[in-house]
Design a protein. Sequence first.
Length: 465
Amino acid sequence: MNKLFLIFLSTCPLFLNAQFYDFEHNLSDAEKIYGLSQFWSEAKYNFAFFDQTEVNWDSTYQAFIPRVLATKNTLEYYGELDKFCALLKDGHTDIWIGNEISKGQIYIRIFFKNINQRIYVEDIIKSDVEKIPLGSELIKIAGKPVKSFFEKNLFSSISASTEHEKWNEATRAWFYHHLKDTTDNVELELLRPDGETVKHLVRLYTTSSKGKFTKKYPEWQAFAYEALPNDIAKIDFNTFADTIVIEKFKEVLPNLYKSKGIIIDLRKNGGGNSAIGAEILKYFTEQEILHGSVWQTREHKAAYKAWGKGMVMEENFDGWTEEEIAHFTETYEIGKGIHWYKGDTMSFKNDVAAKKIKAPLVILFGNNTGSAAEDFLIILDGIKDRATTIGQKSFGSTGQPISFQLPGGAWARICTKKDTYPDGREFVGYGISPNIFVPETLEEMIENKDNVLDKAIEVLREKMK
């Protein structure tokens, strides 16, 4: 599914009748079945988390054949594939529409935020803020209560590993599923903080009509450093997808050595390369080996599947050698499609010769902390008592996706690797919980405060005494 920005735009004649999607192109029946079969087949043999779904993959595939054949254009076809994909409930398994279908970025001029499954206005264009103040709650979309609208129109198309990410994605992208061009509009009903109910009509626009918003947002940076009062240093790692963050981190090392407390903020870090996060942690510990997640992936051997398909598991193995038991078990499991190749523990040698940072450490993370950033948290868990974590549950998805192109230009990903803590604890599908949970609040959002950061400073001050 395309990830789109939530920005509301009022009507402007220049953009009337502009279409943002291709409604004309239609795949052949053979292409439609081939694309569905591609996704089904790759998942059948490679998907790592069938144990977290309730789907019968083969019968569901059969049920979707007439559904994809009935689609009237390629966009509608991808919508059915989205629903097929969403049944796997995984944040690293998804479908991305190509430029042939999606004609650039689209916007509405209002930002919403999910707080405990209630949707509030986080930001809005200045000309509309008097009518719809920040903190107004979205009550209805197109006359339907928000929860009902999400359940009927969105949740079935969102592939997410956790319930909080499903709600966050629906909050970010509800209009993408409901508005297709500037001839469409939808009426929203909102409850203002003063208790008054107002209705608001929204449309789509292009990036050329963003308008001026009530809040100001800093420009995104991969890395940021800030010196806070009381000799506390704050470092933002907003990605682990670029080694520039290691270079920038090394540049501020002299300041970090002088600091009495350090905060690492991962709340905007969606992942990247796990080795980058491990490299950062090497500067905070003398531990010689840093251990991350243990991984496994499904394994298929064609001949073993043929041999094992009709096998029945033995009740006991009296008189069998260990080698015979292992071969029998592997053949049986491959025949049933449940055999796993056991990978090793993700490990990193601490080869950093530089002086280590001894100051108390606090790590901030939340719902948007995912993938390699979650791997960072798993590694941190193995460095006992080095840091306190504060925030909300993490994204709840990591792993190695296999990517492939679908008919019509879209791309698909399927997660092939299952990661757990070294002791077997699962976090994919659940999210990692911080040591100190600080819930998001409506007041915090309206007043532009940062309760998580405030708590981190409080914790550090206590540790620095």
